[in-house]
Design a protein around this ligand. Structure first.
Ligand SMILES: [Ca+2]
Length: 303
């Protein structure tokens, strides 16, 4: 019975070794599924049974970056020094961090140091390409809408988040695609629906919309006046005071937050900026932002 228990425990241990290393203080061996402690790397003993934890090119670097005990790495930041576990070291903003070593730690498997090839910008570009494709459907593609437009509520919008142009160029782009820059003239529900769409799809660009100052008046591209104040316009800080005084007083009130647009006028074109939670702000018309267009016609009804 005792022998059976020993055998059971031995097979359990082997099974444990066959799993991926979930312990943050361990790493998988180079040619088998054993997990070894970082502290057993380059200690002179073949802990992996394939000698990958004692591989000379890896051990040269491991010893150089080591902190002296427990497999910790020396993290230098400015004048300060700290000993961190390998994973902490790789996640921390250390100066002169060994990127190849950290790539091996992140991948979770031992590798000869001179065979570690750093993931290049080609890799990161391909990853961002995949993320980009996921966003296309919610920004510039929908079966109910013309080419380059997606459906948000009752509108076809082109949320061209990857373009960077000035306000005039943005409007020309929208017109080229059969629309115009977006305006909010059919109730604030439409405004909320669009800003919610941007938030829910993790869009972080800043967008030009179709408002500008003409003849000293904030005007939509079709000539109608823009409604000022809540709920469309974002807030700005008032440097003249640092609290909101809600006391009714005949004295001049001092509000820390004021609504845009600024008076006197500074920026003369309207934008929905990410940092303003996509509330409207008055911006320099020559700044580079993405076009937010609305198609000239309503979405087609799907059969
Ligand atoms: Ca070892």
């Amino acid at each position: 019975m005792i022998i059976f228990k020993v055998l059971l425990m031995a097979s359990f241990c082997i099974y444990q070794g066959a799993a991926e290393c979930t312990n943050r203080d361990q790493i998988q061996c180079g040619t088998n599924h054993y997990c070894v402690d970082f502290s057993s790397l380059c200690n002179g003993a073949d802990s992996c049974e394939d000698n990958t934890d004692e591989e000379p090119t890896l051990c040269d670097v491991w010893r150089k970056t080591g902190c002296g005990y427990g497999g910790t790495r020396l993290c230098q930041r400015g004048r300060g020094q700290t000993c961190l576990s390998p994973r902490e070291y790789c996640e921390a903003p250390c100066d002169d961090k060994d990127e190849r070593l950290c790539q091996m730690v992140e991948d979770g498997r031992l590798e000869p140091y001179n065979e570690i090839v750093l993931r290049t910008n080609v890799y990161f570009a391909e990853v961002s390409g995949e993320e980009f494709l996921e966003k296309v459907n919610v920004t510039i593609e929908h079966p109910d809408c013309p080419h380059l437009y997606t459906r948000v509520g009752d509108h076809c919008l082109s949320i061209f988040f990857f373009g960077l142009v000035n306000w005039g160029e943005a409007r020309a782009f929208c017109k080229m695609n059969g629309g115009d820059l977006l305006s909010f003239q059919d109730g604030f529900e439409n405004f909320y629906e669009i800003t919610r769409h941007l938030h829910e799809n993790n869009i972080t660009s800043d967008f030009w919309i179709g408002g500008a100052v003409r003849n000293k008046t904030w005007t939509w591209v079709d000539g109608n006046p823009i409604e000022l104040g809540t709920p469309y316009w974002s807030l700005r800080t008032n440097p003249a005071c640092n609290y909101r005084n809600q006391t009714i007083s005949l004295k001049k009130s001092c509000n820390r937050y004021l609504q845009r647009p600024r008076k006197p006028t500074v920026g003369m074109c309207t934008a929905l900026n990410f940092e303003n939670f996509f509330y409207m702000s008055d911006e320099d018309c020559l700044a580079k932002k993405s076009p937010l267009c609305v198609a000239g016609k309503e979405p087609s009804e799907r059969a």
